[in-house]
Ligand binder design. Structure first.
Ligand SMILES: [Zn+2]
Length: 90
């Protein structure tokens, strides 16, 4: 499942956490000429946000919580119910 994560919310966060971390990726590489297999190592920035709830995610590094929509934020922070969030939040 893919959710849209509003980028603007990330830059508004108060702490210095970038909510990203460098991860090592190992890609198997097969050489057609020699028949050898080797491993290419590349480094990539990866978001540290993980889904913790419906329409809500949390940074695994700093614990900052973000929301996929304004409706979700209102639901979790103010208890405003919204049918947009699904039958359980109706
Ligand atoms: Zn963070």
């Amino acid at each position: 499942m893919t959710f849209y994560k509003p980028r603007g919310k990330v830059t508004n966060m108060k702490n210095s956490c970038k909510h990203q971390k460098l991860i090592e990726k190992r890609i198997p590489f097969y050489n057609d000429f020699t028949g050898d297999e080797s491993i290419d190592v590349i480094w990539e920035w990866e978001d540290t946000f993980k889904d913790i709830d419906l329409h809500r995610y949390k940074c695994t590094q700093c614990g900052e919580i973000g929301y996929y929509s304004g409706a979700a934020k209102d639901y979790y922070t103010k208890g405003t119910k919204n049918s947009m969030l699904g039958p359980t939040c109706d």
